[in-house]
Design a protein around this ligand. Structure first.
Ligand code: ADP
Length: 177
């Protein structure tokens, strides 16, 4: 087998990440500007284990990663205990919250539950390297970027599914992935 051919077999992060071209876009949360109600809707409408937090939908700059269960617990707690947190309260993952109008509901500050350095790779990273990192660091998921913009996510299950697919299609090719 030519080395070149071997290279062309190499699976990249972009081949394994979600969403696929035909899938709905990645479900993200913006670092500010979303209400408690909007985030609750996202939680009920999806079943993902976590959500990337971005600066804005336009920039798709990654700020961190928040686990679904931490969001659920924090919102529940805030609704029960924190005075003034209601459906229309704004959620902030930023370090500072701008002064609120006296008439607006109390903000909900959630920076504390944000993983500020989630593991990321670029879309052109070879999957054998990604798999190695998952194993060595015991990752559950990894984010994929291109030129600093968030593109997608790879979970441990995505990798396992991908490996199973390759093994089915061509049992020998697994050697090159
Ligand atoms: P698992 O892969 O263990 O089932 P999840 O339930 O978090 O973990 O993810 C289910 C699928 O959705 C995976 O293929 C994953 O890549 C994708 N995914 C995970 N988080 C998101 C998200 N925030 N937006 C879009 N797709 C996601």
């Amino acid at each position: 087998l030519e080395p070149k051919e071997e290279f062309s077999h190499k699976t990249l992060a972009m081949d394994v990440m979600r969403p696929r071209r035909s899938d709905p876009p990645l479900s993200v949360i913006t670092q500010d500007g979303m209400s408690v109600e909007e985030v609750e809707t996202l939680i009920t409408d999806t079943s993902y284990s976590g959500f990337p937090v971005v600066v804005s939908h336009e920039s798709q700059r990654l700020v961190g990663f928040v686990l679904r269960r931490d969001l659920v617990i924090s919102i529940e707690n805030a609704r029960q205990r924190q005075d003034g947190v209601v459906s229309t309260s704004q959620i902030f993952f930023t370090e500072y919250t701008p002064p609120q109008l006296p008439s607006s509901p109390s903000p909900l500050k959630l920076r504390g539950i944000l993983d500020l350095s989630p593991f990321t790779v670029t879309d052109h990273t070879a999957m054998d390297i990604v798999v190695d990192i998952f194993r060595k660091l015991g990752l559950r998921q990894c984010l994929v970027t291109h030129n600093g913009r968030l593109l997608g996510i790879i979970t441990k299950k995505d990798i396992l599914k991908h490996m199973a697919q390759i093994a089915n299609r061509d049992p020998d090719s697994i050697l090159f992935n």
